[in-house]
Write a protein that binds this ligand. Structure first.
Ligand code: SAJ
Length: 451
């Protein structure tokens, strides 16, 4: 029986042995889905601590409960391991490793190439490989197909290769790995058929496309769309500030249009593991085609300038009270990159912390989710505890992350000047609240308002 038929039968009968490389916020939820769907799964990760925790039935991912790990362990069809040699026994391998940027803001695909080196060492005839990591169009063919074909294997005959972008949104209770439609592109027809067959047993909806490049590009389009639109509304916030118009009211009213409009909101900058990074993969690859994506580059420059705008706005607010940033006590409210999670990656709050310190302020932060971080000097900075008497003694509080658990009315009524970068105090009328993207009164105007 040829490899294709053999593998097709194993996938249909769920006797295929599936490997998942990279047990992070993408790979672990996916691994749990594969176990739940009835397959035997090997979870491969180099992090000893992760493997030990999984063996002990402990989850380290917010969206995966310990109980789910324990249930998967109880099936005896889940093996967490650090040993890549298991590839020799696998029928399919799903790759979910990080694709960060390097110090030059260029793609760092070293995690993918490291996995490919291991696959080459333990390659097995008939292996189905699916890359899930967000990356530039061409990666699947250039970094995986070419490398494995150097060993003499023919894609579509001796092994099968797909690209299926991850669409995990950490903390999203509505859309999970199972019910989020899964795009998949195959290097050959048979690759697409086998990949679609496997994913069809793992997730609710599979969206086959004509090639890995289409699938790679679709994911980047999704996230570049967000980066560009966030940057656009950030620029509109800067304009409204100049024009003395409240951008938040403008967006709220524009969003009443039931068609042809999608609201995005200004903020202190963009954080996370996707939106700040993914567009840079696309603009980097575009340069190889002598194509400069102006939208991506302009969006990036606007988004990365937002922390400076927040610093400047805070200076304008302190000026109303005849204070300067230098020697002021500043409290950042929230540090996570988006509400109700503990993830600090690329958070604009981290940049603002450094900017305020460099401007001579005494800076603290409060975030009930993100208890500490390591600053640029390598020191551990810890969140203060919630203490309204202490909070009254700050010269200004800057709302960075609009966690739902914050008591906004209590914070507003402390009387401390507040720079609100998320319109989190919407509906609370206090003269000490100042929103980005809206008029900041001059000292004279403020005096007349307070008179
Ligand atoms: N942000 C704004 N204004 C907005 C929306 C977001 O400033 O209108 C900021 C956020 O505060 C955050 C950053 O942008 O700092 C990114 O926010 P995000 O809502 O895009 O959240 P992420 O980074 O978790 O993006 C993920 C992505 N998921 C995947 O890549 C699989 C993204 O495609 C999703 O659309 C997004 O979640 C989501 O919708 O929650």
């Amino acid at each position: 029986m040829d490899r294709y038929r053999e593998l097709k039968q194993k996938i249909q009968q769920k006797t295929a042995k599936i490997g998942v490389v990279g047990l992070g916020y993408v790979g672990l939820p996916l691994t749990m889905e594969v176990v739940k769907s009835g397959y035997t799964v090997v979870g491969i990760d180099l992090d000893f601590d992760k493997i030990e925790k999984l063996k002990a039935g402990i989850s380290y991912i917010q969206d995966v409960a310990d109980q789910v790990v324990q249930e998967c362990n109880a099936t005896n069809r889940f093996l967490p391991t650090r040993d890549y040699r298991v590839i020799e026994e696998l029928d399919a391998l799903l790759i979910c490793v990080p694709t960060p940027l390097n110090e030059n803001q260029d793609p760092d695909t070293s995690y993918i190439t490291a996995v490919v080196q291991q696959i080459k060492r333990y390659m097995k005839q008939g292996l189905l490989i699916s890359l899930e990591s967000t990356t530039y169009p061409g990666t699947t063919e250039e970094l995986i197909q070419r490398e494995i074909e150097k060993l003499g294997y023919q894609v579509g005959t001796d092994f099968f290769l797909c690209y299926s972008p991850e669409r995990v949104d950490p903390g999203n209770r509505s859309f999970t790995t199972y019910n989020t439609p899964k795009i998949i592109g195959g290097t050959t027809e048979k690759c697409l058929e086998l990949g679609s067959l496997l994913y069809g047993n793992l997730v609710q909806t599979v969206i086959p496309v004509s090639s890995p490049k289409v699938a790679e590009m679709a994911k980047l389009l999704e996230n570049t769309f967000r980066s560009v639109n966030i940057a656009f509304v950030n620029e509109m916030a800067l304009l409204c500030d100049k024009m003395g118009i409240d951008i938040w009211e403008v967006i709220k009213s524009a969003a009443t249009k039931p068609f042809g409009f999608m609201p995005f909101y200004p903020g202190p900058g963009i954080g996370g593991h996707c939106i700040p990074l993914d567009p840079m993969y696309l603009s980097w690859k575009a340069k190889g085609f002598r194509f400069r994506s102006q939208f991506i580059e302009i969006a990036q420059s606007i988004n990365v300038s937002m922390p400076d705008y927040v610093l400047n706005t805070t200076a304008r607010v302190l000026n109303i009270y005849a204070k300067s940033i230098n020697n002021s006590k500043i409290l950042l409210l929230g540090m996570a990159y988006k509400p109700d999670i503990d993830d600090l990656r690329e958070s604009p709050g981290l940049e603002l912390y450094e900017l305020f310190k460099r401007s001579g302020a005494v800076v603290d932060y409060y975030d009930p989710y993100a208890q500490s971080f390591v600053n640029k000097q390598g020191h551990v900075v810890r969140s203060i505890s919630y203490d309204v008497e202490k909070m009254k003694r700050y010269d200004c509080m800057v709302l960075i992350t609009n966690h739902r658990c914050f008591n906004y009315r209590e914070l507003a009524e402390l009387g401390v000047a507040i720079v609100d970068t998320r319109n989190a105090f919407d509906g609370i009328k206090c003269p000490n609240i100042y929103k980005i993207g809206s008029p900041i009164p001059t000292p004279e105007v403020k005096e007349s308002q307070l008179a």
